[in-house]
Design a protein around this ligand. Sequence first.
Ligand code: SAM
Length: 292
Amino acid sequence: MNLTNINTIKDLFARHGFAFTKSLGQNFLINPSVCPKIALGAEKSGVLEIGAGVGVLTRELAKVSEKVVVIEIDETLKPILAETLADYPNVEIIWADVLKTDLRGLIAEKFGGERISVCANLPYYITSPVIMRLLEERLPLSSITVMVQKEAAVRLCAKPGTRNCGAVSVAVRYYSEPKKLFDVSRGSFMPAPNVDSAVIRLDVRVVGGLREGRAVPYAANIDEKFFFKIVRASFSQRRKQLANPLSSELGLQKEAVKTALEAIGKKPTARAEELTLEEFIGLYKNIKEIIK
Ligand code: SAM
């Protein structure tokens, strides 16, 4: 059964009485070249997928990975997936909302805590919360390969210190090494969304580096809660000089912020988008000293 063939999908839907739920971000992939390329990111030992749809990506993942666990919220897809995944015994479907799932517990239970990868064509309404959960919870992941909206891809992969950067770009770069892999046009989906998409890959930074080529963490001994409070405050008024948002959001003296900026070699008039990740870490360390 060819799950990228529109007539095959329409027939499946008709036989099982399925109708799209727009609010669940159901735009299913029908471009045959895309899923095999996303599946290149799958770890052989195991992969977690978010959002099965009719199983078009799930089947590609099941060809490269020994075990695929996919979380899907929409139980009306049950009879369809029972049919499309019947020949793939290495796939297990968890019927749940990914945002309400204990992902650490699930990975430990299904994969024995081994480092796996995440591959998905994400429902766009939860792109950022899903990616941030995957990274912040420090799950045993080696990489995350996901389809997101093109604009989101730019933001998520933007290098701190460049114009498109925001608080989320700093966070993504802190936890991983992101890169955009390729663009995907809106015509590659059924139904076609109003925006184009892109596939990105985040190589998760792993303490100890472990394997050759694996991204390693930026810095040790960071109070991450306070660090990201500074980052978020910095971008809360991104057009303003950093001394303004940091004094109003964190109750710091403007002069103290300017001194902290000069200590990392930046002008006291610097804005958030001018700071690299290393400079944000330096700024955080200096501010911590000031408020000690
Ligand atoms: N992987 C399929 C594909 O590429 O065609 C489907 C991708 S579609 C963009 C997103 C899928 O995520 C849908 O099947 C949708 O029902 C599911 N989904 C939406 N919200 C979800 C949530 N909170 N938790 C788990 N799955 C969700």
